[in-house]
Design a protein around this ligand. Structure first.
Ligand SMILES: Cc1cc2nc3c(=O)[nH]c(=O)nc-3n(C[C@H](O)[C@H](O)[C@H](O)COP(=O)(O)O)c2cc1C
Length: 342
């Protein structure tokens, strides 16, 4: 698809978030198990985004976490200026303590997770569960705001009913508590991306506040991007799964990257190399397998690639599978294969 100059100009316009400015208004969403230090280094190769996010990190663990050992609270110093650390927790003081460490380490900002609806997280009173206790969620934002001067953002969903009004009310209260930006994913909490997101709710949240609102959910190509901006008036876009499937996406939309056929082979090999550079072999192997599922969604016969990678017994077998699949130029899907994208 041809990228219109308007979309490129929009995404390339810097945006003020609290005390700092992001160079572009295109974010790559936090994704647990995926937006680790190796993936972010791969993204950096292509560039084109404004900010990257860590995986969600436990607020209770962050203050004493050792980045040498942690799988999630780990970074390269060169990325801190455009890296936001996302935290989850159930206690306002834990969140404030984590935010202090995050500020001291030099991250761009801290993001609070009110969107994760995985049972293990919600059962502990974290993530989207907090949308059921709005006073506590707001108290967390206020505690984090009082603790740090770096940008504080929140990422949340519609809530536990398909009604945009509580989400608008939350937006107002987060802003009043000192949040500098919002990323809003307009799906109900129990909905694990099966039904389409209701983009019109993003427009309603945007209308409710003056701080920047980033729209999120099912933006897979530049056409989606334009439609979301036009339909909602959002201040920027946050992309998730399409960045896993095609890490060059921001570069395509914001700096006119020309995709050549070697790119796919390069990307898969580089991902395996970087995972080995940053993690123990067992973790690197497992993380590649998980990522390959999303990467495969971009190819016509991606299910074969995904199955072969799943069956690989060791890292050598992964490289061999990658070399075999990309020996001929694989055909791309115009839209990701949704069977591989859940
Ligand atoms: C595998 C996976 C892990 C995710 N982990 C997180 C997370 O840790 N924190 C969070 O706020 N959202 C998380 N999300 C939600 C995404 O950030 C994003 O809101 C969602 O995928 C919708 O955006 P998309 O349609 O562009 O993928 C995750 C999504 C996926 C697919």
């Amino acid at each position: 698809m041809k990228i219109s100059p308007e979309i490129t100009e929009f995404l390339n316009t810097p945006i003020r978030i609290g005390a700092k400015t992001a160079g572009r208004r295109l974010l790559v969403s936090p994704m647990a198990g995926y937006t680790h230090v190796a993936f972010r280094q791969l993204m950096e190769h292509f560039g084109g985004y404004g900010l990257l996010f860590t995986e969600m990190c436990s607020a209770r663990a962050v203050p004493t976490e050792n980045p040498e050992h942690s799988l999630v609270f780990r970074w390269r110093s060169g990325e801190l200026s455009h890296l936001v650390c996302q935290i989850f927790g159930s206690d306002a003081q834990d969140m404030a303590n984590a935010a202090r460490r995050i500020e001291a380490e030099g991250f761009f900002g801290v993001d609070i997770n009110f969107g994760c609806s995985v049972a293990a997280v919600c059962k502990r009173g974290c993530g989207a569960a907090l949308l059921k206790t709005p006073d506590l969620a707001v108290a967390m934002v206020a505690a984090v705001r009082a603790a740090v001067s770096i940008p504080v953002s929140v990422k949340y969903r519609t809530g536990w009913t398909d009604d945009p009004r509580p989400a608008m009310e939350m937006a107002r209260r987060f802003e009043a508590a000192g949040a500098d930006a919002i990323t809003f994913h307009p799906r109900m909490a129990p909905d694990r991306r099966t039904r389409p997101p209701r983009w019109e709710y993003i427009g309603m949240v945007k209308q409710a506040v003056r701080i920047p609102v980033f729209g999120n959910g099912d933006v897979f190509d530049a056409g989606d991007c334009i439609r979301m901006i036009q339909a909602t008036g959002c201040d920027g876009i946050s992309i998730g799964r399409i960045a896993l499937a095609a890490p060059w996406t921001p570069a395509l939309w914001t700096r006119g990257l020309v995709v050549d056929n070697d790119l796919y082979h390069f990307c898969a090999k580089r991902m395996m190399d970087l995972l080995q550079q940053h993690f123990e072999p067992v973790t690197a192997f497992r993380r590649f397998k998980n990522w390959a599922h999303f990467f495969a969604a971009g190819f016509k016969f991606g299910h074969r690639f995904s199955a072969d990678i799943r069956g690989a017994k060791d890292i050598d077998a992964i490289y061999a599978t990658v070399d075999r699949f990309f020996a001929d130029i694989p055909e791309r899907n115009p839209r990701p294969n949704m069977n591989l994208f859940r």
